[in-house]
Design a binder for this molecule. Structure first.
Ligand code: NDP
Ligand code: MG
Length: 396
């Protein structure tokens, strides 16, 4: 069997390590060409020792010397590279078939776009790049014959429940994204006012990086996923709904015009979606066990609480506004989440900052990479300037 040659961008993160866990179970199927991190050099060198990729990349140029010396000290012939350009070069390298886009935030966009332009198979976890540049990314994918395999669990579930041939998707009434509701499901705004980053990052079902954990707690994650579904599946926002499902067993559903609903179920463990993407169209062991439905007993569903968690509604509004609005929303959210994690903003300040940034900026067409990057930069600047005035002002 020819082995699939993989670049894992964001290898030291939560998705990166789940991907490597699946890869390690199938040494005859996969070989690693690139592993990347931002600045966690020791963790990256440890992965290189174990997986022997051809190259290792740190996107932070200041970490280059430590990476080069760490690889040499470990006696490895893995090449050391640094900087965002090295990440893009790795995404388009001729020795690579598949790029796992597992960087967190807008920082993942340029390498995801580079993989699309190089016609790669892309296992897409980095939802922020789709929110930021969905139109552009999908156009590059089509123009260069790249293929996206969604590995965000909801989009992976929908992908599994849709007919493979897009021409046969006429019978789809809508898709239904499930949301766990996060650690603060059922909280009032007054209770949310005092929650800490540690509480926000203690997700009841999933173990994830800190940024997406906060996004899950605000429901912004589901908002980003609505925008992601719009671009990945070419669906109008009126055909993308959200239902809260606290057990995170049903990962999402497709509702057909004949009254059928198809769902994908599984443990809340990203290795299932990643194994599906890695082996598609085949299936391989992911290390995740089967579900014991009788032991589970019940699956619950409820409507999202838009009043207490306004971020989901803000995402629908940004999608309706179109153009650069989703890029502005995403950038303001990255500023707000980072401020919350650093103790410079409260939990309720997150939606307040998103709303204020959207209100402050006009929406422009997002028809080029320059327009998108300009909107991202402007929104970060405006959100950063608004934050000190807003922080602590949001009332329960
Ligand atoms: P983590 O924070 O765990 O990992 C992030 C990875 O990206 C690390 O390898 C990190 O390197 C690297 N990184 C951080 N900043 C930069 C930067 N500026 N430039 C380049 N690389 C950078 O995140 P997750 O694995 O949780 O999430 C990754 C992506 O997958 C996100 O877009 C998230 O929304 C999405 N996703 C995650 C899920 C999950 O279960 N975790 C589920 C569905 C989607 P270093 O270690 O050196 O900092
Ligand atoms: Mg998800």
């Amino acid at each position: 069997m020819t082995r699939q040659r993989l670049a894992i961008l964001g290898a030291t993160g939560s998705i990166g390590s789940s991907t490597l866990d699946v890869v390690a179970r199938h040494p005859d199927r996969f070989e690693l060409t690139t592993l990347s991190a931002h600045s966690q050099v020791d963790a990256l060198v440890a992965l290189c020792r174990r997986f022997r990729p051809a190259r290792a990349v740190v996107s932070d140029p200041a970490a280059y010397a430590a990476l080069r010396d760490g690889l040499a000290d470990a006696g490895l012939d893995t090449e050391a590279h640094a900087g965002p350009e090295a990440l893009e070069a790795a995404a388009e390298a001729a020795d690579t078939d598949t790029v796992v886009a597992a960087i967190v935030g807008a920082a993942g966009m340029s390498s995801t776009l580079a993989a699309a332009r190089a016609g790669k198979r892309i296992l897409l976890a980095n939802k922020e790049s789709v929110v930021l540049a969905g139109d552009l990314l999908m156009r590059e994918i089509r123009a260069h014959g790249a293929r996206v395999l969604p590995v965000d669990s909801e989009h992976n579930a929908i992908f599994q429940c849709l007919p493979g041939d897009p021409a046969q998707r006429g019978g789809v009434r809508r898709v239904l994204l499930t949301a766990s509701g996060g650690p603060f499901r059922g909280f009032t705004r007054a209770q949310l006012a005092g929650v800490t980053p540690e509480q926000a990052c203690a997700h009841p079902n999933w173990s994830m990086g800190r940024k997406i954990s906060v996004d899950s707690a605000t429901l912004m994650n589901k908002g980003l996923e609505v925008i992601e579904a719009h671009w990945l599946f070419g669906l109008d926002r009126a055909r993308i709904d959200v239902v809260v499902h606290p057990q995170s067993i049903v990962h999402s559903l497709v509702d057909y015009v004949d009254g059928s609903m198809l769902a994908q179920l599984g443990q809340p463990d990203m290795r299932t979606a990643l194994a599906y993407g890695l082996a598609w169209p085949e299936r391989i062991d992911s290390g995740v066990g089967t579900l014991d439905l009788a032991a589970l007993g019940r699956l619950d569903f409820e409507a999202p609480d838009h009043a207490t968690f306004p971020c989901l509604g803000l995402a629908y509004a940004a999608l309706a506004a179109g153009g650069t609005a989703p890029a502005v929303l995403n950038a303001a959210n990255e500023v707000a989440v980072s401020a919350f994690l650093q103790g410079r903003a409260g939990f309720l300040d997150i939606p307040a900052l998103l709303q204020a940034t959207l209100d402050a900026l006009e929406t422009h067409p997002a028809d080029s990479l320059d327009a998108t990057l300009a909107a991202d930069a402007e929104a970060r600047r405006v959100a950063g300037a608004l934050l000190p005035r807003l922080a602590g002002q949001a009332r329960p």
